[in-house]
Structure formats: structure tokens, C-alpha cells
Design a binder for this molecule. Structure first.
Ligand SMILES: [Cu+2]
Length: 310
């Protein structure tokens, strides 16, 4: 596995970057997806999803094995590893802590993780409609409990994805569990369908995406960052890359963690305005894209939405 150089991590452990800006409308059909919490049956994905050989990153991307795994992060248990119940505040706007443990094949909490992209565990949280996306890095105590200060912005059914490498196997896993955040009134639970969006603004930066996603083929997506109409060339390494892309399939939030083209940046290097990723979407459909990028020490997340073509 390629070792990534380490960089100062300016995003504090507890800081989260979140997107609440997506234009959304009520969309009730997502509510049925909460039943995926214990989705350990791989059969419905196996035929088309076990195809590491199709992964354009095979051979040089440390994620190649688990990005295209059978469950796409929708399972709570895989290869004997399990994410336990996620404890978090039960309602919105209530400060607290989000915590969980990862247990291994022997049932005990796992405490030995191998760093990947400068962190031993990456936690992605999104509501069932893809809104309220968070990418944070909890800390682990000696007993293997991961925790991070937490407050929900809105009620609903959320999925929490833990992306990690148990040192015992060296094989990356993404496991997830759902968390329900109670609403005071039923109207607060209205969900919002994503609609295709290839341009967005975050923190004064304009981000566009070009390219198209062809299902089951490596497809190139190019993001361009500009500010006040000028290309931004001061993109900084964040977690060992000039950008991180998480793609969630609209509907079930199947999870794809994608890494950019090119070698890991050297410390102090800057890049821009383009960041290019190769993504392999497992099925036709709509994909919610969350691009993390860093400028002047601050991390931004740009939410975009692309439908597959062909
Ligand atoms: Cu992370």
C-alpha cells in the first residue's frame, strides 16, 4: 500500500464541516431506507458489485479493495467486523456526543487501526436524503470507544459510515449504522430530494463539476474551484490529497469514497483550480457528491449532484 506523506492536520478533531445549503423539496420515499440498519445480506449486490477488476484504481489506490465491496458501506457487519449502536443526541439542536465502537471477529472492541489519509477512522454522516453531510474524525479512548462532540442540525433518519482499516487484516472497511433524530412536529421530518446540480458556492468559493458518470465504468469527474470569477490555484493538501470526494447514491446512500488523480501532494504544495477524480458508479442513478477541499487552512465541502449517463 502506498504510504502517504503526513501533513499538518489543521482541521481540529472536533471541527466538522457541514452542508446545509442544498435546495431540496419534500421527498417521502426515503423514509423506507431506515430498514437497512442491519443490512448484512450481500446477495442483492454481489453479482454486480464484486468487481475489483473493473476498478480503474486497482493497483495504485489503497481504497480499491473496499470502495467496490459488496455492501457499499450499507452493512453494519462485514468480515466479522461490526459497528455497534451509534449513540448521539436524540433531538436536533441538543449539544452532546456521538460515539460508537467497532468490534472485531472475536466480539471485542477493536483498538488497533491503521492510519489512512492521516486518520485512523473517518466518519461520514448524512441524513437519508443526503442533506446535512458531515465528515469528521472522532477520537478513540483506550477501550476502543470513538467519540466526537455532536449536535444535529435537523431531525430525521441519519446514516453514519465509519471508514477504517483494522490493523489485524490490513483491509479497509466501511460499516454503517442508522441514527434516528426525533422531530417535535411531523412536518419537520419532510425530506428533500436532490436534483442535479453541477455548480455550487461554499464559503465564497464557486465549485463546478464537469464530466459524466457511466455506470460500471471508470468515469472522470473534474471539479473546478474559483472565487470572484478567478481560478483558485491555492488549493492545499487536506488529509494527504488536494481533495476528497465522497459519493452517496441517492436513495439508499450507498457509499463510494473516491480519491483524486495524481500522486499525493508534497507538504507545502498547492494546486488548482482543477481536481480530477475517477469514479465507478455501481448502478445507474443519481449520485450525491461531496467534495472536501482546503484553502488557507480552512476546509470546505461542496455538495453537487450528478445523474449517470448511459
Ligand atoms: Cu476523513
Amino acid at each position: 500500500m502506498r504510504r502517504l506523506p503526513s501533513f499538518p492536520h489543521r482541521n481540529s478533531q472536533s471541527k466538522e464541516h457541514t452542508t446545509g445549503t442544498a435546495a431540496h423539496d419534500p421527498h417521502a420515499e426515503h423514509t423506507g431506507h431506515t430498514g437497512h440498519t442491519d443490512h448484512t445480506d450481500h446477495t442483492d449486490h454481489t453479482a454486480q458489485d464484486r468487481h475489483a477488476g473493473h476498478d480503474p484504481h486497482a493497483g495504485h489506490d489503497p481504497h480499491a479493495g473496499h470502495d467496490m465491496s459488496a455492501t457499499f458501506g450499507l452493512a453494519q457487519t462485514e468480515d466479522g467486523y461490526r459497528i455497534g449502536e451509534v449513540s448521539a443526541p436524540g433531538s436536533a439542536n441538543e449539544p452532546g456526543t456521538l460515539s460508537f465502537t467497532i468490534s472485531g471477529p472475536d466480539g471485542d472492541a477493536v483498538t488497533d487501526f491503521t492510519e489512512e489519509h492521516e486518520k485512523k477512522l473517518h466518519l461520514i454522516v448524512a441524513r437519508s436524503d443526503g442533506a446535512h453531510f458531515h465528515h469528521v474524525h472522532p477520537t478513540m479512548d483506550a477501550g476502543g470507544t470513538w467519540s466526537v462532540p455532536w449536535q444535529w442540525d435537523a431531525p430525521g433518519s441519519y446514516r453514519a459510515f465509519a471508514d477504517f482499516i483494522p490493523t489485524a487484516t490490513g483491509a479497509g472497511l466501511t460499516l454503517s449504522s442508522t441514527v434516528e433524530v426525533a422531530a417535535e412536529t411531523p412536518g419537520e421530518l419532510a425530506l428533500h430530494p436532490a436534483t442535479p446540480r453541477t455548480e455550487t458556492s461554499v464559503g465564497g468559493y464557486d465549485v463546478t463539476v464537469s464530466g459524466s458518470i457511466t455506470p460500471n465504468h471508470g468515469s472522470e469527474l473534474q471539479f473546478t474551484v474559483s472565487r470572484d470569477g478567478e481560478p483558485v490555484t491555492a488549493l492545499e493538501p487536506y488529509l494527504g490529497a488536494f481533495g476528497h470526494l465522497v459519493a452517496l447514491r441517492d436513495g439508499d446512500l450507498a457509499y463510494l469514497h473516491v480519491h483524486p488523480h495524481g500522486d499525493a501532494p508534497q507538504p507545502g504544495a498547492t494546486s488548482g483550480p482543477h481536481i480530477t477524480f475517477e469514479i465507478t458508479a455501481p448502478t445507474p442513478g443519481r449520485y450525491l457528491l461531496f467534495l472536501d477541499f482546503q484553502v488557507a487552512g480552512e476546509v470546505f465541502t461542496a455538495p453537487l449532484v450528478v445523474d449517470t449517463v448511459g
